[in-house]
Design a binder for this molecule. Structure first.
Ligand SMILES: [Zn+2]
Length: 454
């Protein structure tokens, strides 16, 4: 996942931003919204549902304290709506009980770090206005070309003294969905080592905490060699422990400006375990890749997320192959290919976000990145470096990506073959196998005509 969701909005308004102040009282928080103009409804840019149950998470976590306004869900968006058709009061207070569950393709709203430590994501407080509540019903997932009222949101976390403020943009704001960081309340002390800061939940099993502290700087050094220095990168890793109540392992999080977030849970994590270590490494390698693919370079539109997610996945797979002798890169890529074939049978890759089939970004993006890697003579780092270098606006579109793959390997028709794989459903695998063939990626056909990588 990456923060590149903060797309520039077409209807950015001049004028003061929404001002939000978040303070803590015991186990609950109060968010006070100061709205800069009168409107009957304010939508939350980030309204992804909870992963478990697929329902909006705010109603379970937020209680509106101010009369005359209610929290509703309309269309794809959570929103503050004036009661009885009136405008939303210009000051709205909301009690927030931290929601630490996963969301579908968005950052966890709250991370628990130790007994009292909580990190809250600022993006979930970011608002836009609409001229009527019913206007929310028709809004798409990607608001890039949609006329909504957005003058930015400034989120201030009133952390008590002793809390760590992340280097980053806590006090700044931008148009769109957030400044992009977590506000930290009563978190454990940070450790600075090897040019990075780690904040590790005291509850996280010690073997894994130690592993994270040594593996992460190695990965970052590798990417710096392959992809070039990322501007002013002084990364912070926040590793949170969510308990051993369930069997197995669960691992998620994301990356924000200079920040890798990890949230782990599961009984299998308690003792040193190769599978857990490998999963943690894959996660760190993927998320760290977003400092380049996702921050140094962003996608133009949500539909182009596959460039970032698939690219980060391929970089992670190559990193693990270099770091762990037992890691099977071919099997990992085959999983991507199989997932991609299944996903594009159901619909176009470019529409995966609208269908909620975001895994296709990772799977098909990795396959397309694999073709780019071959086109670049086996050096995907060089291809990514070129993507960053030729895009002074720091944005890349599918069209630009297609231009680059043809430029890397002229005369093979890679762009012509890849374009329909992005833009149209693929009811059978022949389009994908044609791309693999043109890119000189070796495979054989299974009896069902799907390709098996060699
Ligand atoms: Zn990602």
């Amino acid at each position: 996942m990456s923060l590149a969701l903060a797309a520039a909005l077409a209807a950015t308004l001049a004028g003061p931003p929404v001002d939000v102040r978040v303070s803590r009282t015991g186990e609950t928080f109060v968010a006070e919204f100061k709205l800069p103009r009168s409107a009957p409804a304010w939508g939350f840019f980030r309204s992804a549902p909870a992963r478990v149950g697929g329902q909006p998470w705010r109603p379970a976590s937020w209680t509106v304290l101010t009369p005359g306004v209610q929290l509703v869900h309309r269309g794809r968006y959570d929103a503050l709506v004036g009661t009885a058709g009136g405008p939303v009061p210009r000051t709205v207070r909301v009690r927030v009980t931290p929601f630490t569950g996963d969301l579908v393709s968005d950052y966890v709203p709250a991370l628990r770090l130790g007994a009292r430590g909580i990190a809250l994501f600022d993006g979930h407080f970011a608002l836009f206005s609409v001229s009527s509540p019913s206007g929310l019903d028709r809004l798409p997932v990607d608001l890039a070309d949609t006329a909504v009222g957005d003058s930015g949101t400034r989120v201030r976390f009133a952390s008590p003294s002793g809390s760590l403020r992340l280097a980053g943009d806590v006090t700044g704001y931008q148009a769109g969905d957030s400044a992009g960081t977590y506000g930290l309340f009563d978190v454990p002390a940070a450790i600075e080592q090897d040019g990075m800061t780690t904040v590790v939940d005291a509850g996280l099993p010690a073997w894994l905490a130690a592993d994270i502290r040594t593996f992460t700087p190695r990965v970052l050094a590798r990417y710096r060699r392959q992809l070039g220095a990322a501007d002013g990168l002084r990364p912070t890793v926040l590793a949170s422990w969510a308990g051993a109540e369930r069997p197995g392992i669960s691992l998620n999080g994301g990356v924000l400006k200079g920040l890798v977030l990890m949230r782990m849970s599961g009984r299998q994590v308690l003792t040193s375990d190769r599978q857990v270590r490998s999963a943690a490494h894959r996660f760190i390698a993927h998320e760290s890749a977003h400092f380049w693919l996702g921050q140094a370079l962003e996608y133009d539109r949500t539909a182009d997320s596959w460039i970032m997610e698939g690219g980060a996945d391929l970089l992670a797979i190559r990193t693990l192959a270099a770091e762990e002798p037992e890691f099977d890169a071919r099997a990992a890529l085959q999983r991507s290919l199989d997932g991609c074939l299944a996903a594009t049978r159901r619909g176009a890759l470019a529409g995966a976000g609208e269908r909620g089939a975001t895994q296709a970004w990772y799977d098909c993006g990795a396959v397309l990145s694999l073709a780019a890697e071959r086109a670049a003579g086996g050096d995907f780092g060089a291809f990514v470096g070129r993507m960053i270098a030729v895009n002074p606006d720091n944005k890349i579109s599918a069209d630009e990506w297609l231009l680059l793959i043809d430029r890397a390997a002229p005369g093979r028709g890679l762009a012509r073959l890849a374009r329909p794989l992005i833009e149209r459903p693929q009811p059978d695998p022949t389009g994908w196998t044609a791309l693999l063939t043109a890119a000189n990626i070796r495979f054989r056909l299974r009896p069902d005509r799907t390709p098996e990588l060699l």
